[in-house]
Design a protein around this ligand. Structure first.
Ligand code: C5P
Length: 218
């Protein structure tokens, strides 16, 4: 049996930073499921398919071959053989991922890949439905969140540090809209699993969150 740690929560809660650090500390692999939804979104964008075309999204999801490999411990996403890892963190891809991830065919395909990875290796996996749907028997489940104002401010600081112009109110509105879509979709919505530990990181440092989760594992 592999050891499975599931970290779920809304957009911008710091899941990937925390999950990556916990995985490193434990010597497990880090599985970023958001990157898989983003790779699928990139495929749809390249095919010229819009979020308002569910049948086309379902059909296209069968043609997109998404594979995960690890290079120097970091997850790489291959889309039909092409390493697209560096192309996934844009606003355009993020918006399309948020919209197309409501599609059940897209989800079923990616969940299969996620479960296969967790069967092979010890994992820290982050996403929206890991503790509730993908790995319901995970050894440790965390629901990591923070206030929308706090998540927006962190995102704002990140963009500002890169010298990108941005508007705090618009970022918060976008975060709230994405949360709503994730929480209200019919299939595998975002919610806290009954056996997940709720961690609100609004007033915590990154190190404190990492320590809290490491303590839970031990
Ligand atoms: O976490 P990240 O922003 O990279 O995820 C991109 C999008 O993929 C999210 O907005 C969310 O709607 C979707 N997602 C999901 N289920 C997951 C991971 C991500 O629906 N397990």
């Amino acid at each position: 049996m592999t050891y499975q740690i599931a970290i779920d929560g809304p957009a911008g809660a710091g899941k990937s930073t925390i999950a990556k650090a916990v995985a490193k500390k434990m010597g497990y692999i880090y599985v970023d499921t958001g990157a898989m939804y983003r790779a699928m979104a990139l495929y749809l964008l390249r095919r010229g398919i819009s979020a308002a075309e569910p049948e086309k999204i379902s059909a296209a999801s069968h043609d997109a071959d998404i594979t995960i490999v690890y290079k120097e411990g970091l997850q790489q996403v291959l889309l039909n053989g092409e390493n697209v890892t560096g192309l996934l963190r844009t606003e355009e891809v993020g918006n399309m991922a948020s919209a197309s991830s409501v599609n059940k065919d897209v989800r079923l395909k990616l969940v299969e890949l996620q479960r296969a990875l967790a069967e092979r290796e010890n994992v820290v996996m982050d996403g929206r439905d890991i503790g509730t749907y993908v790995l319901p028997k995970a050894n440790v489940k965390v629901y990591l969140t923070a206030s929308s104002a706090c998540r927006a401010k962190r995102r704002y600081d990140e963009l500002a540090a890169k010298g990108e112009a941005c508007d705090l109110a618009a970022i918060e509105a976008d975060i709230i809209e994405r949360d709503k879509r994730d929480m209200e979709r019919e299939f595998a919505p975002l919610r806290q699993a009954e056996d997940a530990v709720y961690v609100d990181s609004s007033d915590m440092t990154i190190d404190q969150v990492i320590q809290t989760i490491t303590d839970l594992i031990h």
